[in-house]
Design a protein around this ligand. Structure first.
Ligand code: ZN
Length: 440
């Protein structure tokens, strides 16, 4: 089996950057012309190896190289970017996947398992605020009613933007999950988007799962008063109650070895000469362990109540978003770890602090990811970069792992619907990847 040629991935990424990037950063926001242009490039590259790029009901793009068995190993990521995004986020995984298909097609032998490339639609949620749109439709976790009313900054409805690209929301939710039935494994190469691998001087790591997230909006209500005549001890300052809570969240995250962010604070009336009578503070908490995450949430709410009470304010909390930690397939993660370690990569897997399409796919299919370093830990920005030598090692490792799985290793053969359709209509039982209660 010939090895992947990482320089061809670098060439494809340069061409993508020339078409849809440049000094101002990547311009591939989903459901826009730039995103379509990136898809056209992918389509050309797929056609060059004699395959077709087809779209599913949710707008995800697929190219399939048939193997001897119908069960399919899927490789991929996403071509869409945030506005002024980086050249590698998502694109690396898609073009590494393309290189796998290209290498297998050139080898001229029929692989044991079928192989599919996927480019998930709208991973970033940059325009409408709903991340992982295409992969969650495929995983069966997208709630059409919850996203139907979303609109972009110009007031365009998500439903209308999707329709302009041939995607009907209800059909997407109903039909996209069918695509996952034949899948036996999902592998995704991505940049780390954090500073750890660079700090350790390592080119690649396996990823064992994604952290859980609790996002809560706290609303503090005090009393608006004049900044001059009101003595300090007579105040009920909602801004200071929120500020004390924000500092407490920092301590809670440090104590629990998690992450705590208070990136949005809104004060009313928001005037320099008025004590704030109302403050809204968004708290984003992350941890790999469901139990610790729940404890962090309770501690943050306790801190908010204490801060409010100490300043004569009230506080209410509203859940904005929550997602459980998701663990990737143990066998695939171990295989990924071993391949990384064999080439001087990280000995132990990392937990991803960001969500990825793989987290959705892992609900239905055994999945694993690989990370390569992000220079300076920077991502979602034009200067997002990875040293070429590290990119080459990561693509090579991704190829080795994928070839092993395609050859029949690491995940058990599954009873898949046959090519004649026998067994179709029986959705696969959900893969046990949600660890709501479990510590890991
Ligand atoms: Zn990404």
């Amino acid at each position: 089996m010939p090895a992947l040629q990482p320089t061809r991935v670098l060439d494809d990424l340069r061409e993508l950057d020339r078409l849809t990037g440049g000094p101002g950063g990547a311009r591939r926001v989903a459901w826009t012309a730039g995103w379509q242009a990136a898809r056209v490039l992918l389509e050309e590259r797929v056609a060059a190896i004699g395959l077709a790029l087809e779209r599913d009901a949710a707008g995800n793009a697929w190219a399939v190289l048939p193997g001897r068995r119908a069960e399919t190993v899927v490789v991929g990521s996403h071509l869409d970017s945030v506005p002024s995004g980086g050249p590698l986020d998502g694109a690396l995984g898609v073009f590494a996947a393309l290189e796998l298909l290209r290498t297998l097609a050139e080898a001229g032998t029929v692989p044991e398992r079928s192989v599919a490339l996927v480019d998930w639609a709208d991973e970033e949620g940059a325009r409408f605020g709903r991340s992982l749109l295409g992969s969650s439709a495929a995983a069966g976790t997208l709630d059409a009613a919850a996203v139907r009313g979303l609109s972009d900054a110009d007031g365009v409805l998500l439903e209308d933007a999707l329709a302009a690209h041939g995607v009907a929301l209800d059909t997407a939710v109903a039909e996209a999950p069918r695509r996952l039935r034949d899948l036996c494994a999902y592998l995704e190469l991505h940049i780390e988007q954090g500073p750890l691998l660079e700090a350790e001087g390592l080119p690649v790591a396996a990823v064992s799962g994604t952290v859980g997230i609790e996002r809560v909006r706290l609303t503090f209500v005090g009393r608006s008063q004049h900044a001059g005549p009101t003595p300090m001890e007579h105040r009920r300052d909602a801004a200071l109650a929120a500020a004390e809570t924000a500092l407490a969240v920092e301590q809670i995250a440090a104590r629990n070895d998690g992450r705590g962010t208070t990136g949005r604070l809104r004060l009313e009336p928001g005037v320099a000469t008025v004590v704030a009578g109302r403050a809204e503070l968004d708290v984003d908490l992350r941890h790999a362990q469901a139990g610790r995450l729940a404890e962090m949430r309770e501690q943050a709410l306790d801190a908010a109540r204490a801060a409010a009470a100490g300043r004569g304010c009230s506080v209410t909390d509203e859940e904005v978003w929550r997602v459980a930690p998701r663990r990737f397939d143990a066998g695939l993660v171990e295989a990924a770890r071993a391949v990384c370690a064999a080439v001087g990569g990280r000995e132990l897997p990392l937990v991803s602090g960001a969500l990825h399409d793989a987290a959705e796919v892992a609900l239905r299919v055994p999945a694993a990811m690989l990370f390569c370093p992000s220079r300076g830990g920077v991502s979602h920005a034009p200067d997002e970069a990875t040293d070429e030598a590290d990119l080459c090692v990561a693509v090579e490792v991704f190829g080795r792992l994928a070839v092993e799985v395609v050859g029949g290793a690491h995940v058990p053969a599954r009873v898949a619907p046959s090519r004649t359709g026998e067994g179709a209509g029986h959705p696969r039982p959900q893969h046990a990847a949600v660890c709501e209660q479990e510590e890991w």
